[in-house]
Design a protein around this ligand. Structure first.
Ligand code: F6R
Length: 258
């Protein structure tokens, strides 16, 4: 994994947005994997700004979101459908028919999950997948002990995740207990992965994911198998890494760097 450390959240998000731009420049009809939660908000803000001010074009782009809460319809204020519209899709020119987000109210989850996997394949696979990380080391909603070969399915949320996400709901009891989520195996098939984390609350998870053993206890550690993953962190989220001098050295001495 390539660890990229930035002085603050905005710089980290600008760098991740630049990776999206690079992908779109190389392939205007790229397939992007999208994440929700607090972490990628700055990336979406920057991409919206680039669309408005510099004409960044999403007209040929297709997107697949990682996950959705089971039981929340697309207009529920805490649904990830709504989150994505509010923070991104309503502000850029991605054709609505090119947007895929798991359906939290599907009546046949296994069939839906198979269809979702097949749609990803039929669209040519994900070119760049954006990821956040949970404090328990999850990617998407692949909670500790999820199979590292898992595919899109219903997953029971861990207590830690319910506690962490209670901030978005009026009551902790309102947080759904299940989500439909891409699996670790699904995510590992993306051609490029950008894992983002900011703040000291994520420091332990990032250190385990990057420097710990590959283990289903920290599903983000499976990214060590992935040949093209960049880890974007601010200094606080990098706080528990032991090799930061080395990562900074690599960052400053990339071939072609000024
Ligand atoms: C969201 C997702 C989750 C979050 C993670 C971090 O689509 O898949 O894995 O990325 O829970 O959430 P935040 O960014 O809110 O700390």
């Amino acid at each position: 994994m390539e660890v990229l450390i930035y002085d603050n959240y905005d710089a980290m998000c600008a760098a991740a947005a630049a990776a999206v731009v690079e992908t779109l420049n190389a392939k205007p009809n790229a397939v992007l994997g999208m994440a929700t939660g607090s972490t990628p908000l700055g990336v979406y803000r920057e991409l919206v700004r680039l669309h408005r001010e510099e004409g960044l074009d999403f007209s040929q782009v297709t997107t697949f979101n990682l996950d959705e809460y089971v039981g929340l319809g697309p207009n529920h204020p805490q649904s990830y459908h709504r989150f994505m519209r509010e923070h991104f899709f309503d502000h850029v020119n991605i054709p609505p028919q090119n947007v895929y987000i798991p359906h939290g109210t599907t009546s046949n989850a296994p069939a839906f999950c198979d269809w979702y996997e097949q749609r990803i394949k039929d669209c040519g696979g994900i070119d760049l997948q954006i990821l956040g990380i949970g404090t328990d080391g999850h990617i998407a909603f692949n909670e500790p002990t999820s199979s590292l070969g898992s595919r899109t399915r219903i997953k029971t949320l861990a207590k830690q995740t319910i506690d962490d996400n209670a901030r978005f709901f009026d009551n902790r009891d309102d947080v759904p207990k299940y989500a439909i989520t891409m699996g670790v195996g699904t995510i590992l098939e993306a051609r490029q992965i950008a894992l983002l984390a900011d703040g000291s609350k994520k420091a332990a998870a990032i250190a385990s994911a990057v420097e710990g053993p590959i283990t289903s206890m920290i599903t983000a550690s499976a990214l060590q198998w992935h040949a093209n993953t960049q880890v974007y962190v601010d200094t606080a989220a990098a706080g528990a890494l032991t090799m930061t001098d080395y990562y900074r050295w690599i960052q400053d001495h990339k071939p072609g760097a000024p």
